[in-house]
Design a protein. Sequence first.
Length: 251
Amino acid sequence: MVVPRVVVLNAKGGCGKTTLATSLAACAAGRHRPVRLLDLDPLGAALAWSRRRPTSLPPVRAIAADRVPLGVTRTFLLGGAEHDEIVIFDTPAGLGRPTIDLLVRDAAAVLVPVLPSSVDIAVAPRVVADALLAGCPKEALAVVANRVRSRTRAFASLTLFLQSLTIPFVAALRDSQSYVAATAEGRGIHELDTPAARKEQESWIPLLEWLSARGIDLRPPPPTVPSGIPADAAESTPYSEDVFRNDEPKP
Protein backbone atom coordinates (compact mmCIF):
# COMPACT_ATOMS: atom_id res chain seq x y z
CA MET A 1 0.00 0.00 0.00
CA VAL A 2 1.37 3.45 -0.96
CA VAL A 3 1.06 5.92 1.91
CA PRO A 4 0.29 9.51 0.90
CA ARG A 5 2.97 11.63 2.55
CA VAL A 6 3.19 15.40 2.87
CA VAL A 7 6.57 16.84 3.82
CA VAL A 8 6.81 20.43 5.11
CA LEU A 9 10.39 21.41 4.39
CA ASN A 10 12.71 24.38 4.76
CA ALA A 11 16.32 24.54 5.89
CA LYS A 12 15.58 27.79 7.72
CA GLY A 13 13.87 27.92 11.09
CA GLY A 14 11.01 30.19 12.06
CA CYS A 15 9.19 30.07 8.73
CA GLY A 16 5.98 28.48 10.02
CA LYS A 17 6.57 24.81 9.17
CA THR A 18 4.88 23.54 12.35
CA THR A 19 1.86 25.81 11.93
CA LEU A 20 1.42 24.56 8.37
CA ALA A 21 1.95 20.89 9.30
CA THR A 22 -0.42 20.92 12.27
CA SER A 23 -3.22 22.64 10.36
CA LEU A 24 -2.84 20.09 7.55
CA ALA A 25 -3.02 17.27 10.09
CA ALA A 26 -6.15 18.80 11.59
CA CYS A 27 -7.70 19.03 8.11
CA ALA A 28 -7.06 15.31 7.59
CA ALA A 29 -8.53 14.47 10.99
CA GLY A 30 -11.56 16.64 10.21
CA ARG A 31 -12.27 14.41 7.23
CA HIS A 32 -12.08 11.40 9.57
CA ARG A 33 -8.94 10.12 7.87
CA PRO A 34 -6.34 8.29 9.93
CA VAL A 35 -3.46 10.74 10.20
CA ARG A 36 0.02 10.51 11.63
CA LEU A 37 2.05 13.64 12.36
CA LEU A 38 5.77 12.88 12.52
CA ASP A 39 7.71 15.57 14.38
CA LEU A 40 11.35 15.44 13.32
CA ASP A 41 12.24 18.63 15.20
CA PRO A 42 14.05 18.05 18.54
CA LEU A 43 12.12 21.05 19.92
CA GLY A 44 8.93 18.98 19.56
CA ALA A 45 6.54 21.84 18.76
CA ALA A 46 4.16 19.64 16.74
CA LEU A 47 4.18 17.02 19.49
CA ALA A 48 3.35 19.67 22.08
CA TRP A 49 0.52 20.91 19.84
CA SER A 50 -0.97 17.41 19.73
CA ARG A 51 -0.91 17.19 23.54
CA ARG A 52 -2.93 20.39 23.79
CA ARG A 53 -5.49 19.09 21.31
CA PRO A 54 -9.00 18.86 22.85
CA THR A 55 -10.31 15.31 23.18
CA SER A 56 -13.58 16.49 21.62
CA LEU A 57 -11.82 16.93 18.27
CA PRO A 58 -10.88 14.14 15.82
CA PRO A 59 -7.56 12.63 16.94
CA VAL A 60 -4.15 13.29 15.42
CA ARG A 61 -1.48 10.75 16.29
CA ALA A 62 1.81 12.61 16.76
CA ILE A 63 5.17 10.86 17.08
CA ALA A 64 8.55 12.24 18.12
CA ALA A 65 10.41 11.06 15.02
CA ASP A 66 13.56 13.09 15.73
CA ARG A 67 14.88 10.18 17.78
CA VAL A 68 15.01 7.87 14.75
CA PRO A 69 18.64 7.23 13.67
CA LEU A 70 19.59 8.17 10.13
CA GLY A 71 20.67 4.61 9.29
CA VAL A 72 17.25 3.03 9.74
CA THR A 73 15.05 1.78 6.94
CA ARG A 74 12.45 3.99 5.32
CA THR A 75 9.62 1.84 6.68
CA PHE A 76 10.84 2.36 10.24
CA LEU A 77 11.20 6.09 9.67
CA LEU A 78 7.53 6.15 8.71
CA GLY A 79 6.73 4.56 12.04
CA GLY A 80 4.75 1.64 10.63
CA ALA A 81 2.61 4.09 8.70
CA GLU A 82 1.56 1.58 6.06
CA HIS A 83 -1.71 1.24 7.98
CA ASP A 84 -2.39 4.99 8.06
CA GLU A 85 -4.06 6.87 5.28
CA ILE A 86 -1.86 9.98 5.41
CA VAL A 87 1.42 10.96 7.02
CA ILE A 88 2.58 14.55 7.54
CA PHE A 89 6.20 15.40 8.35
CA ASP A 90 7.14 18.50 10.32
CA THR A 91 10.85 18.92 9.66
CA PRO A 92 13.47 20.94 11.60
CA ALA A 93 15.80 23.65 10.40
CA GLY A 94 19.10 22.50 8.98
CA LEU A 95 17.87 19.07 7.98
CA GLY A 96 20.71 17.03 6.45
CA ARG A 97 20.72 15.75 2.88
CA PRO A 98 20.49 12.04 3.86
CA THR A 99 17.21 12.66 5.68
CA ILE A 100 15.91 14.94 2.93
CA ASP A 101 16.64 12.19 0.41
CA LEU A 102 14.75 9.72 2.57
CA LEU A 103 11.71 11.93 2.99
CA VAL A 104 11.05 13.55 -0.35
CA ARG A 105 11.83 10.87 -2.92
CA ASP A 106 8.42 9.18 -2.77
CA ALA A 107 6.42 12.00 -1.16
CA ALA A 108 3.05 12.87 -2.65
CA ALA A 109 3.65 16.54 -1.81
CA VAL A 110 6.54 18.64 -0.53
CA LEU A 111 5.59 22.10 0.71
CA VAL A 112 8.20 24.82 1.23
CA PRO A 113 6.94 27.72 3.40
CA VAL A 114 8.74 31.00 2.72
CA LEU A 115 8.52 34.24 4.69
CA PRO A 116 8.59 37.70 3.08
CA SER A 117 12.19 38.42 4.11
CA SER A 118 15.46 38.74 2.22
CA VAL A 119 16.93 35.84 4.20
CA ASP A 120 14.07 33.48 3.30
CA ILE A 121 14.16 34.53 -0.34
CA ALA A 122 17.89 33.77 -0.41
CA VAL A 123 17.47 30.33 1.19
CA ALA A 124 14.40 29.13 -0.75
CA PRO A 125 16.14 28.30 -4.07
CA ARG A 126 18.60 26.06 -2.24
CA VAL A 127 15.77 24.22 -0.47
CA VAL A 128 13.98 23.68 -3.77
CA ALA A 129 17.20 22.50 -5.44
CA ASP A 130 17.96 20.07 -2.58
CA ALA A 131 14.48 18.55 -2.85
CA LEU A 132 14.77 18.11 -6.62
CA LEU A 133 18.27 16.64 -6.36
CA ALA A 134 16.96 14.21 -3.75
CA GLY A 135 14.53 12.82 -6.30
CA CYS A 136 11.37 14.73 -5.44
CA PRO A 137 9.19 14.87 -8.57
CA LYS A 138 8.89 18.46 -9.73
CA GLU A 139 5.11 18.19 -9.88
CA ALA A 140 5.05 17.22 -6.19
CA LEU A 141 6.88 20.36 -5.04
CA ALA A 142 5.22 23.68 -4.20
CA VAL A 143 5.93 26.84 -2.23
CA VAL A 144 3.69 28.61 0.27
CA ALA A 145 4.12 32.29 1.16
CA ASN A 146 3.72 32.41 4.93
CA ARG A 147 2.99 35.17 7.44
CA VAL A 148 2.47 37.72 4.73
CA ARG A 149 1.01 41.20 5.01
CA SER A 150 -0.75 42.27 1.87
CA ARG A 151 0.00 45.57 0.20
CA THR A 152 3.54 45.72 1.58
CA ARG A 153 6.80 45.95 -0.36
CA ALA A 154 8.08 42.78 1.32
CA PHE A 155 5.07 40.79 0.11
CA ALA A 156 5.35 42.26 -3.38
CA SER A 157 9.01 41.26 -3.55
CA LEU A 158 8.23 37.77 -2.27
CA THR A 159 5.42 37.33 -4.79
CA LEU A 160 7.67 38.32 -7.69
CA PHE A 161 10.34 35.91 -6.47
CA LEU A 162 7.98 32.96 -5.98
CA GLN A 163 6.39 33.53 -9.38
CA SER A 164 9.86 33.38 -10.92
CA LEU A 165 10.42 29.85 -9.66
CA THR A 166 9.67 26.88 -11.85
CA ILE A 167 7.42 25.25 -9.25
CA PRO A 168 3.87 26.19 -8.19
CA PHE A 169 3.23 29.04 -5.75
CA VAL A 170 0.06 27.62 -4.22
CA ALA A 171 -0.97 29.90 -1.35
CA ALA A 172 -0.29 33.11 0.54
CA LEU A 173 -1.12 32.73 4.23
CA ARG A 174 -1.45 35.94 6.19
CA ASP A 175 0.30 37.00 9.38
CA SER A 176 -2.70 36.55 11.65
CA GLN A 177 -3.32 36.04 15.36
CA SER A 178 -5.80 33.32 14.40
CA TYR A 179 -2.86 30.97 13.80
CA VAL A 180 -1.44 31.83 17.22
CA ALA A 181 -4.79 31.06 18.84
CA ALA A 182 -5.21 27.79 16.93
CA THR A 183 -1.72 26.58 17.85
CA ALA A 184 -2.20 27.47 21.51
CA GLU A 185 -5.41 25.41 21.62
CA GLY A 186 -4.11 22.38 19.72
CA ARG A 187 -6.37 23.15 16.77
CA GLY A 188 -5.97 23.70 13.06
CA ILE A 189 -7.00 26.99 11.47
CA HIS A 190 -10.13 25.31 10.04
CA GLU A 191 -11.22 24.31 13.56
CA LEU A 192 -11.63 27.90 14.71
CA ASP A 193 -15.07 29.38 14.16
CA THR A 194 -14.48 33.11 14.30
CA PRO A 195 -14.85 35.77 11.59
CA ALA A 196 -11.07 36.34 11.58
CA ALA A 197 -10.32 32.60 11.27
CA ARG A 198 -12.86 32.14 8.49
CA LYS A 199 -11.07 34.85 6.54
CA GLU A 200 -7.79 32.95 6.90
CA GLN A 201 -9.45 29.69 5.86
CA GLU A 202 -10.25 31.23 2.47
CA SER A 203 -6.53 31.66 1.76
CA TRP A 204 -6.09 27.90 2.17
CA ILE A 205 -8.42 27.03 -0.71
CA PRO A 206 -5.76 27.07 -3.48
CA LEU A 207 -3.38 24.97 -1.35
CA LEU A 208 -6.03 22.37 -0.51
CA GLU A 209 -7.12 22.24 -4.16
CA TRP A 210 -3.52 21.63 -5.22
CA LEU A 211 -3.15 18.83 -2.67
CA SER A 212 -6.43 17.32 -3.84
CA ALA A 213 -5.06 17.22 -7.38
CA ARG A 214 -2.09 15.32 -5.94
CA GLY A 215 -4.48 12.70 -4.53
CA ILE A 216 -4.59 14.09 -0.98
CA ASP A 217 -8.03 15.53 -0.37
CA LEU A 218 -7.93 17.54 2.87
CA ARG A 219 -10.66 19.99 1.89
CA PRO A 220 -13.21 20.53 4.67
CA PRO A 221 -16.43 18.62 4.01
CA PRO A 222 -19.38 20.77 2.91
CA PRO A 223 -21.73 21.83 5.70
CA THR A 224 -24.56 19.45 6.47
CA VAL A 225 -27.95 20.78 5.43
CA PRO A 226 -30.71 19.82 7.90
CA SER A 227 -33.39 17.54 6.51
CA GLY A 228 -36.41 19.32 5.11
CA ILE A 229 -34.40 22.34 3.93
CA PRO A 230 -33.75 22.63 0.18
CA ALA A 231 -30.07 22.20 -0.72
CA ASP A 232 -29.93 25.65 -2.33
CA ALA A 233 -31.21 27.24 0.86
CA ALA A 234 -27.81 26.75 2.47
CA GLU A 235 -26.34 29.10 -0.14
CA SER A 236 -29.02 31.75 0.15
CA THR A 237 -28.42 35.22 1.54
CA PRO A 238 -28.11 35.19 5.35
CA TYR A 239 -31.09 36.37 7.35
CA SER A 240 -31.36 40.05 8.05
CA GLU A 241 -33.71 42.04 10.20
CA ASP A 242 -35.92 42.58 7.15
CA VAL A 243 -36.79 38.88 7.11
CA PHE A 244 -38.40 39.19 10.53
CA ARG A 245 -40.14 42.49 10.00
CA ASN A 246 -43.86 42.82 10.55
CA ASP A 247 -45.38 43.18 7.09
CA GLU A 248 -48.62 44.61 8.45
CA PRO A 249 -49.03 48.29 7.68
CA LYS A 250 -48.04 50.57 10.50
CA PRO A 251 -50.66 52.97 11.82
